[in-house]
Design a protein around this ligand. Structure first.
Ligand SMILES: [Zn+2]
Ligand SMILES: [Zn+2]
Length: 357
């Protein structure tokens, strides 16, 4: 048992409080990681707001990196290993994991929260709880980092980067020459754009309500920017590209974006659902249009990432200078400033705010 400072949520919709909590030692199959950096993701905010339910009090934070500081029995990791920390928690042996989709593992290893406060249980938010100086997580949730990648940039890979790039490459399976639309040019959308560029898309249209974000999107590889507030934004794709999109990736949780996303598609195109509206929110589509157009709708959970397969090439692209990570960071904050960092993320102006320990 050790004590760590952590940002604790006691009530949905209220600021986090910095408190000293107890963290138990890692058991078999687990590791303790001393957190170096943890970014603020919109999923943390949705949980804090009660958008997806869950137990309280809780420690959130799941887009993190750090150094292994203790290991459970039989671990393949050693203290001192530099790793990223994700919420992808998988058994590794079920049919879903064995067929290469551990992000969808239906038999995740049981998680007895390692965090307590005055001997009362504290929920292990997103199975990670990285708004804290240390975490105890299942070994399947970490992946080694090469030397040369800064910890704050590496933290972003753990959720925003793999969710966006993975949606483009693993889920949408974008091919060279395709026309791609990415709705939302935030932390996930910019990485979907990078993924589409790496996959060889001929045209990449970024769609956002904020013109400044469209300029940033171009820096990350978008060929065109469309204001979501224009009258028929989908018409711009057909005007420029001569036809509709082969893939549209919705990277925001706004229902209006989901309701209109398929309008961008060419016949035979696919819509990929990446952004996560709150539980209970509903979209409407006309089924007959799917039949008539042959369009598809696919969900992408954590970019269908396989850590052992995808982290080595993603980090190597960064080291080669072919992937932007540092440029995704728009602010660095201490743990004590976390509520300011969250407020800045809520404002919609940020790329990624990172808590640096
Ligand atoms: Zn996230
Ligand atoms: Zn599994």
């Amino acid at each position: 048992m050790t004590t760590v400072r952590a940002a604790v949520c006691h009530e949905f919709g209220t600021p986090l409080t910095i408190e000293t909590v107890d963290l138990r030692a890692p058991g078999p199959g687990e590791v303790e990681v001393t957190v170096a950096a943890c970014a603020v993701c919109f999923s943390d905010i949705s949980f804090m707001d009660g958008g997806w339910g869950g137990d309280l009090p809780a420690v959130y934070g799941h887009e993190a990196s750090g150094v292994v500081s203790a290991v459970g029995a039989g671990s393949r990791y050693r203290t001192g290993d530099r790793v990223l920390i994700t919420l992808i928690r998988s058994c590794g042996t079920c049919a879903t994991c064995a067929s290469g989709r551990p992000a969808l593992c239906p038999t995740q290893p049981a998680n007895q929260s390692p965090i307590t406060l005055n001997e009362n249980p504290v929920a292990h938010g997103l199975d990670t709880g990285a708004f804290a100086e240390r975490v105890v997580v299942h070994e399947s949730q970490i992946a080694p980092l090469p030397d040369g990648i800064p910890m704050d940039s590496a933290a972003l890979i753990s959720c925003g980067v793999i969710t966006g790039m993975g949606a483009a490459i693993n889920t949408a399976r974008i091919r060279p020459g395709e026309i791609v639309v990415v709705i939302g040019a935030g932390g996930v959308g910019l990485n979907a754009i990078q993924g589409a560029r790496l996959a060889g898309a001929a045209r990449i249209f970024a769609v956002d309500t904020n013109p400044a974000k469209l300029d940033i999107a171009r820096e990350f590889g978008a060929t065109d920017g469309i204001l979501a507030t224009s009258e028929k934004p989908w018409a711009e794709v057909k005007r420029v590209a001569g036809r509709g999109a082969d893939a549209v990736l919705v990277t925001v949780g706004a229902i209006q974006a989901y309701d209109t996303a398929t309008r961008y598609l060419a016949n035979g195109g696919r819509m990929v659902a990446v952004g996560m509206p709150h539980s209970g929110a509903r979209s409407q589509w006309e089924p007959v249009i799917f039949t008539y157009t042959g369009n598809a709708m696919i969900g992408s959970n954590m970019g269908d990432t396989v850590l052992a397969r995808d982290i080595p090439w993603i980090t190597d692209l960064y080291l080669q200078g072919r992937l932007k990570l540092d440029e995704l960071i728009s602010g660095r904050w201490t743990l004590d400033q976390i509520n300011e960092a969250i407020a800045n993320t809520r404002s919609g102006a940020a790329r990624r705010n990172v808590i640096v320990f």
